[in-house]
Design a protein. Structure first.
Length: 277
């Protein structure tokens, strides 16, 4: 049933394409790990629920050489990873009464929360990809959390320097804050890579993730280690229930998360490490 001429309805205030474009633009900033990932849209419009994507293999550690020896030559290779296309989305229902009597703009708030929800889904899938496909696995059995991080960092070899982010569960963050080597984010200046960075230790910027609460693991990630390959940009749709006097707004995104360069990611186990730093 159409509204009388001259009467403005919620549908007149909401353009799904405009909101979809707005969410897509904000989504890149909302995903905390974007600075560590390659963002690619080459899959958009391509068929298939799974896709094979290239991933660089780690060439191995540097070797000791004598004065008259040639440097060892190792071949840089790629393997193809079969990655499942994932879809994350959310629907939000707004009643007419809530839209009229509520404080603020419910449409803007719905778009904001859809953006946050999809960003959380992308971050969660990236952590899962890092957990299942990491090839640099920390082997330190040090009893202190800080010692375990310091020892496992050696897996980067000569590439240990440079920007890197350490993603840890909240309890490990608590332990790190007690260390004399801890640098709070207030002393880091403009060098912060990822939003939500809480501090730094051993050259690693620290980010906490509730997604690791049930896992005794963390990840040291360098920029370029991860990839987000878009299958379909955020699709925003709108449906009106005239009898129920409410509006349904949905948003969803299809993408493939994976580890692009395994030499830039270390998986650390914190199992058995003491809470003391």
């Amino acid at each position: 049933m159409a509204l009388p001429a001259g009467v403005t309805g919620i549908a007149d205030l909401f353009d799904p394409e405009v909101v979809g474009d707005l969410i897509n633009k904000k989504l890149i900033d909302a995903i905390r790990f974007t600075p560590l990932a390659l963002v690619d849209d080459t899959l958009e419009g391509q068929p298939g629920s799974k896709v094979k994507l290239p991933s660089f293999n780690y060439v191995g550690s540097a070797e000791k050489v004598a004065e008259d020896e040639d440097l060892p030559i190792k071949k840089l290779t790629q393997t193809e990873e079969e990655v499942e296309i994932m879809e994350y989305g959310l629907g939000i229902e707004i009643t007419d009464r809530g839209a009229v009597m509520g404080f603020g703009d419910p449409l803007d708030e719905a778009a904001r929360q859809i953006t946050i929800a999809v960003a959380d889904g992308v971050e969660s899938s990236l952590i899962d990809a890092a957990s299942t496909t990491a090839s640099l696995i920390g082997t330190s059995t040090a009893t202190k959390v800080t010692d375990r991080i310091a020892e496992d960092l050696e897996l980067f070899g000569e590439e240990i320097d440079g920007e890197k982010v350490l993603v840890v569960p909240p309890k490990v963050h608590t332990a790190l804050r007690k260390s004399s080597d801890w640098i709070p984010n207030t002393q880091m200046g403009a060098d912060i890579i990822v939003k939500g960075t809480v501090g730094m230790i051993y050259g690693c910027q620290i980010v906490t993730s509730n997604r690791l609460k049930t896992k005794n693991e963390g990840f040291i990630i360098k920029p370029g280690a991860l990839a987000i390959v878009s299958k379909r940009n955020t699709l925003v749709e709108f449906d009106r229930d005239i009898l129920g006097r409410k509006t349904l707004i949905t948003g969803s995104k299809m993408f493939a998360p994976y580890v692009y360069d395994k030499s830039k990611l270390i998986k650390i186990s914190f199992g058995g490490a003491s809470a003391g730093a």
